[in-house]
Design a protein around this ligand. Structure first.
Ligand SMILES: Nc1ncnc2c1ncn2[C@@H]1O[C@H](COP(=O)(O)OP(=O)(O)OP(=O)(O)O)[C@@H](O)[C@H]1O
Ligand SMILES: [Mg+2]
Length: 307
């Protein structure tokens, strides 16, 4: 399904309007228009259209190789599409490079972590502040004076992020020595340190246990609700997706096959077909658990799965 979406209102706290109904009114902060991206003969993205609306948490899901990371790479300027355009806050910035995209207020994390392993947590988070420093902070930081003042200002913000993520105890620890789940949390912190308007997360919970997933889910929700950051995330864990996301876009073989609120997507025949590899339009068993990860695994039945 594509086109305008009318999300189902969820019951909100007494006296407050439902959360999703509020977000549905958000204007598009980012528009992806008719994007195609090929690697040689392989079409990673095939005429994809979607929008990310101000204030929402959008999930981008799909089987392995569906084009999810490619889509994030195009949005963040890592790749430039052969066709189509990308508008951010109404401005065409299809050919922007990653640093220019970042300067506009888009931050991201990577599927395979993009941290400096030998640097401490604090130092990694400071790299997230780069765009706020006019001259070369890393050279400047060797000298006292104005450079010191600039560092103190940036550091205050970073300390707030450290507090927000509850990682005070590891602030001086080299990132490479931390457990994987904690590294993912630090990477989220670095992206938050950039104070983005739009945050793109590529599998922020991959490889995490249930408790770690719950923690990251809470941080994502808080970043959205308390810091007002619009979020688009790629995630295979359908339990998490259904719990925290306002809307879901589904990719399969580079094409968008569905776009709508969680309740609609979980029963969408094309989505079930993409995951189960069947023409049977029956919804998946409600009791199924686990992650959606692999086309190869879908023939046995199981996903769409929830934890
Ligand atoms: N740099 C590249 N060069 C060549 N092919 C690529 C490149 N990046 C992605 N692809 C191909 O594009 C297709 C989409 O890949 P992509 O990484 O976007 O999928 P994905 O949905 O993120 O999958 P996963 O869930 O496994 O992370 C795949 O067939 C992949 O092999
Ligand atoms: Mg990927």
């Amino acid at each position: 399904m594509s086109g305008p979406v009318t999300p189902e209102p969820l019951p909100g706290p007494a006296g407050e309007p439902p959360r999703i109904a509020l977000k549905a009114g958000g204007r598009p902060i980012l528009q992806v228009e008719d994007i195609s991206l090929s690697f040689g003969g392989l079409k990673a993205l095939d005429r994809v259209n979607l929008e990310i609306r101000e204030g929402e948490i959008l999930a981008i899901i799909g089987p392995n190789g569906a084009g999810k990371t490619s889509l994030l790479n195009v949005i963040s300027g890592v790749y430039h599409p052969q066709q189509g355009r990308i508008l951010f806050e109404g401005q065409d910035r299809t050919r922007f490079r990653p640093h220019a995209v970042a300067n506009q207020g888009v931050a991201r994390t990577f599927q395979n972590l993009g941290l400096f392993r030998a640097m401490t947590v604090l130092e990694n988070l400071m790299t997230g502040r780069k765009k706020f420093i006019r001259t070369n902070f890393f050279l400047q930081a060797m000298f006292w004076g104005p450079a010191q003042k600039a560092e103190i200002e940036q550091r205050e913000r970073v300390e707030q992020i450290i507090d927000f993520l509850g990682i005070e105890h590891i602030r001086k620890v080299p990132v490479g020595t931390l457990p994987y789940g904690m590294q993912k949390r630090v990477e989220l912190g670095r992206a938050l340190a950039a104070e983005p308007k739009l945050l793109l997360l590529d599998e922020p919970m991959a490889g995490m246990n249930l408790e770690e997933k719950e923690d990251i889910s809470r941080f994502i929700l808080d970043a959205n609700e308390e810091l007002g950051i619009t979020i688009a995330l790629i995630e295979h864990d359908m339990g998490v997706v259904m719990d925290i996301c306002d809307r879901i876009v589904v990719l399969d073989y580079g094409s968008k096959i569905a776009d709508g609120p969680p309740a609609e997507i979980r029963n969408h025949p094309d989505v079930i077909r993409a995951y189960l590899g069947t023409t049977d339009d029956q919804p998946p068993p409600a009791s199924a658990t686990g992650d959606i990860t692999d086309r190869a695994g879908r023939a046995g039945g199981g996903p769409i799965e929830e934890t």
